[in-house]
Design a protein. Structure first.
Length: 306
């Protein structure tokens, strides 16, 4: 009889090759599906960006857009072709800055408590409320502030009302990002500080916060960009003004979303109103984009090493 060569130890009679072929086919199919989903999700975004840039970029690049407001529009003898938006741009930045001044300290201190001190039911309740706030629709935040500010107290609307509504939207964003940055701080740094007899509060101030400072700044910038582009609360709380108002606590205050909402009904038959709408939309996208890019760059080059 002829000697029969023994089969290779890893040879399963072609079964292994068949399974590899099936896995390769599934992998290729999954790759195609993922790329198709990416393209489908990218198409609406690209179409929106192209539409806004093609119709609003020329208006935004005009020097008048940044230098003048719309004071006097409607008065006899006034140049109705003025396409200035200085009042709305400054108003948007003022509202976002007012929101940041209130929201960032609250969010950072909440994150510090959840990471460094959280124990028991109180911490769970706080974390649960942060999750609830992160899912609250922006229109609900605006209605809540309106109910408290106007209906309950009877006060007049101003730009500060809009900042209060946006605080409810900014706190969970900054809180969660800060919480993740604090968790990345190595425990060895805390333990070394404790070994030297440094109190816990001083360890947090002198060691933990400086180590995660860049991440906190990044999260704060992302939260700033988040509220700068919000629209619904401003439509309820920020009464539009054609004039430049630099007082957040008194009078009507214009913003880019309210500028769009005011000129929107007339844009079909008025080219000037259409230019203002598209220019404001383009400016708002540019503002949010720049802030997000700054936040990402800071986070990339100064991220905490775990």
């Amino acid at each position: 009889m002829k000697d029969i060569a023994p089969a290779d130890a890893g040879d399963l009679g072609g079964l292994n090759h068949g399974r590899s072929g099936i896995r390769a086919a599934k992998n290729s199919l999954a790759t195609v599906v993922i790329w198709a989903a990416f393209v489908i999700a990218l198409l609406p975004l690209a179409w929106i960006l192209w539409t806004v840039l093609s119709k609003g970029l020329s208006t935004m690049l005009d020097v008048t857009w940044w230098q003048k407001d719309q004071s006097g529009v409607g008065a006899p003898g006034f140049d109705h072709n003025v396409r200035g938006a200085r009042h709305a741009i400054i108003g948007t930045l003022m509202i976002a800055l007012g929101t940041s001044v209130i929201a960032i300290p609250i969010a950072v201190m909440t994150a510090i408590y959840l990471v460094e001190y959280s124990r028991g039911k109180v911490a769970k309740a706080i974390s649960f409320m942060v999750d609830i706030l992160s899912g609250v629709p922006s229109i609900v935040a605006g209605l809540f502030i309106y109910a408290v500010w106007v209906t309950f107290f009877g006060w007049k609307l101003n730009g500060f009302c809009s900042s209060l509504a946006l605080v409810l939207l900014m706190v969970p964003v900054v809180c969660r990002s800060t919480e993740e940055m604090l968790k990345l701080v190595p425990n060895e740094l805390r333990e070394a500080s404790y070994a030297l007899g440094v109190p816990k509060w001083k360890t947090i101030v002198s060691v933990v916060l400086p180590t995660s400072f860049s991440g906190i700044v990044t999260g704060s910038l992302l939260g700033f960009a988040r509220v700068a582009g919000e629209t619904a609360p401003l439509l309820i709380l920020a009464q539009y003004s054609q004039f430049l108002n630099q007082n957040l606590f008194s009078g009507n205050l214009a913003a880019l979303p309210t500028l769009i909402n005011t000129n929107l009904p007339n844009m079909a038959g008025d080219s000037v109103s259409a230019d203002r709408v598209w220019g404001a939309a383009c400016t708002l996208i540019l503002l949010v984009l720049v802030i997000n890019v700054i936040g990402r760059v800071i986070g990339h080059f100064t991220k905490v090493k775990s």
